[in-house]
Write a protein that binds this ligand. Sequence first.
Ligand SMILES: Cc1cc2nc3c(=O)[nH]c(=O)nc-3n(C[C@H](O)[C@H](O)[C@H](O)COP(=O)(O)OP(=O)(O)OC[C@H]3O[C@@H](n4cnc5c(N)ncnc54)[C@H](O)[C@@H]3O)c2cc1C
Length: 380
Amino acid sequence: MRRGMTDATPSATDVLIVGAGIAGASLAAALAPFRRVTLIEAEDTPGYHATGRSAAFWHETYGGARVQPLSAASFATLARPAPEFSDEGFLSPRAALTIGHRTEAAAVDRFTAEFVANGVDVERITSRDIVQKIPGVRAEWSEAAYEAACSDIDVARLHAAYLRAARRAGASIATRARLESARRVGDAWDVQIGGQSIRAAVIVNAAGAWADEVAAACGVAPVGIQPYRRTVVQLRLGVPVPAELPLVIHVGGEFYFKGESEGRVWLSPHDETPVAPHDAAPEEIDVAIAIDRLQSVVDWPIAAVERKWAGLRSFASDRIPVLGADPDHGGFVWCAGQGGFGIQTAPAIAALLAAELGAPPPIGAIASVDPAPFAVSRFR
Ligand SMILES: Cc1cc2nc3c(=O)[nH]c(=O)nc-3n(C[C@H](O)[C@H](O)[C@H](O)COP(=O)(O)OP(=O)(O)OC[C@H]3O[C@@H](n4cnc5c(N)ncnc54)[C@H](O)[C@@H]3O)c2cc1C
């Protein structure tokens, strides 16, 4: 969001959403037509943390079979949004290969069978197909499953569209507004934000890596949201690898890469280093590991590391999101633990939570998602 969009924080609101990443912004957009919504963000710029650092793909199988319903249900909104939300979709075709070494054929078989059984469009392909889709792939990387629907997400435009929709529907959005503490007084919260006091019937915790800290500041028991650092590197290659190179993701979780523009790729070593919530930065060792792993898969000469960044992916212990009212703490709602799939699941998560908070029930594919597995009660 551009600077200068900050509103004055009102003195009272129905729903105070803490954190203006994709989770908070999408929920604010879904809920603002039906409730007085205030969205607060500690940083100068919404999207500064995980949301602004993603690898920007929609990959239906990413996050596993329990996350897949949220990703699948979000596809239609991302691909064909309502015209009043955006006159253009947010996806562009990419395709994905879940790839294995010749010793990993059984793992690729299991991956394919699990998702075919869930109705995902994923097919086992031959080593000849792999060579056609990844020029320069080494012969021992002979096993793969192919997903045609994998797409890039225009994350910045999506996030901006959510913020715009929220504001148009009457939400107040305040940046440099950190929730410092809150206490329940009667049937509402008395919330302290930068020396200002605001009364809110409901607090939604959409604080990403800080979700447990925000809970603690409200006197709410944590659920155990752990941030993990993930590194991404943009490489310029000495060969004209096509921009539309598919997302190539290791079946054993050791790397992924995708085309960025001709002769450039985004690469991650799939690192997952547990850390305290902070402004994450890449470590040289993770960059070196990423490059080493890439070179074991393809024969591309590397001309330069052009960019590198890191962000935090935050998970509950069972690695699925934590969504909904806290059964032990009245008026406290969780929207946390979106791990590495918080962009591609945002439309479904926002619609499900908004319905719990006073918006109409979800429609279309999202209506058939069962929210029960994500309930906070599993930690209480
Ligand atoms: C390297 C990387 C690659 C990824 N790739 C993908 C991908 O390809 N596809 C995909 O779907 N997902 C991807 N993800 C995951 C995705 O980015 C996250 O799941 C998603 O951005 C989480 O959104 P969020 O709004 O919960 O968190 P955030 O974007 O981190 O937002 C939380 C916000 O809360 C604010 N906050 C914290 N405490 C307070 C407070 N006390 N008061 C006010 N505000 C506060 C923070 O400042 C922050 O801005 C990736 C993540 C990383 C790190």
